[in-house]
Design a binder for this molecule. Structure first.
Ligand code: SF4
Length: 391
């Protein structure tokens, strides 16, 4: 894999520039972009010999090393068969010969022979795994710390937003096919590297295989909180298959306007689907709970990206959250939008968010009584994000 000439961004729901943890910060300050560049780990790290050594290097396993790391996963299934824990025999195995209805698209692709709307075929496909310092502080820990969130970025996406800042992997197919054992090994290696959690980024179209890998990893020593980091466009049935395996749900709530969801994502059902999904997520994990160090251990954290002109109606999203899940829900209000991918085809999206537009949503957040979460500085720079094509 070659490096691009300019940095690419992670998915919008994966890497906000955030303010202080805990209560909303009226100053909306965040880690300095230059500091993040300097501290960001590279994905080309060697595998860990010990947790201490790996944490000191502040790196994560390299996708390119999967062939070498796969032997670490050898025998995992045999170990699981003997181990206490969820019964692997109960797994609903993913059958790529059957029409796929894993996500709300329900495109019924026969993934053994074709790719679905999400771009996924029969194989798991991962773009990057690394210790990631760009998430909210309750996930990444201190910005200058040697650890971070153990992020695994999956290739493909069922939502395919027109303005996606990470279209290379969400729609461009960037990544590498991996086995369930490979994925299990990645999770265990991120733990060895000192990750605060296992952060599964856009995993929904691979849910059965990810569930399988989580069962294997947990039965072989994975003790970190598991984060399900998604667009919010989720099937409730698929989410229910994850109950007990996911500790922290980290969904976007992108649109409360069906016309906007139709225009930018061809998903007019997004408001209905996502709100149902968030109710299910909240049922499973409840309000966000932090440990004494301020790190998330369990619960729901909802990301709201403010679009130009508030096109997604983040104000209505806040109203719905307050009315349905309560103002105790933790919210991450994001101001990092910039035009990307096909945004130029939509004149109203082909600009940055005006500070006044962002402040209006932020004021609404305060009026509704939200007190838990994070507020991002508006207009984060594009040079802050990790490079998904790095080796
Ligand atoms: S997960 Fe992908 S293949 Fe399956 S229904 Fe959704 S878009 Fe189609």
């Amino acid at each position: 894999m070659s490096r691009p000439t300019r940095p690419t961004r992670p998915p919008q729901h994966s890497a906000p520039k955030v303010s202080a943890p805990g209560a909303f910060d009226s100053k909306a300050t965040g880690p300095d972009i230059a500091d993040l560049d300097a501290s960001a780990p590279k994905a080309s790290a060697p595998k860990a010999a010990s947790p201490e050594a790996s944490a000191a290097k502040a790196t994560g396993p390299d996708i390119a090393d999967l062939d070498a790391s796969a032997p670490k996963a050898a025998g995992l299934k045999a170990s699981v068969a003997k181990a206490a824990g969820p019964d692997i025999a109960d797994l609903d195995a993913f059958d790529p010969e059957r029409p796929c209805t894993l996500c709300p698209r329900a495109c019924r692709a026969l993934r053994a022979r074709e790719t679905g709307f999400c771009g996924a075929g029969a194989s798991l496909r991962v773009a990057l795994a690394q210790l990631h310092h760009g998430e909210e502080p309750c996930l990444s820990g201190p910005a200058c710390g040697p650890r971070g969130s153990g992020a695994i970025f999956f290739s493909g996406c069922a939502l395919r937003c027109a303005y996606c800042q990470n279209h290379e992997i969400s729609m461009g197919g960037h990544g590498r096919d991996v086995s369930v054992d490979d994925l299990t090994a990645l999770m265990l290696e991120l733990q060895l590297c000192g990750a605060h959690n296992i952060n599964l980024v856009t995993p929904s179209h691979f849910a059965p295989q990810v569930r399988h890998a989580l069962l294997l990893a947990k039965n072989n020593g994975l003790a970190l909180p598991v984060v399900w980091n998604s667009s919010g466009y989720e099937s409730v049935a698929t989410l229910r298959s994850l109950e007990g395996l996911v500790d922290i749900y980290l969904p976007d709530l992108k649109f409360m306007d069906a016309q906007a969801a139709a225009r930018y994502c061809a998903a007019p059902d997004y408001p209905r689907v996502a709100t149902h999904a968030l109710v299910e997520m909240n049922r499973q994990v409840g309000a966000l709970a932090l440990n004494a160090q301020g790190l998330a251990r369990r619960g729901l954290l909802v990301r709201l990206l403010v679009l130009p002109g508030n096109a997604g109606r983040a104000d209505l999203a806040l109203q719905w959250l307050a009315d349905t899940l309560g103002a105790n829900t933790a919210v991450s209000l994001m101001g990092q939008y910039y035009p990307a991918h096909r945004a130029a085809q939509f004149p109203e999206l082909n600009r940055s968010v005006a500070p006044a537009e962002y402040e209006a949503v932020r004021s609404r957040l305060e009026e509704l009584g939200f007190t838990r979460g994070f507020v991002q500085a508006v207009g984060s720079g594009p040079d802050w994000t990790p490079d998904f094509r790095q080796k």
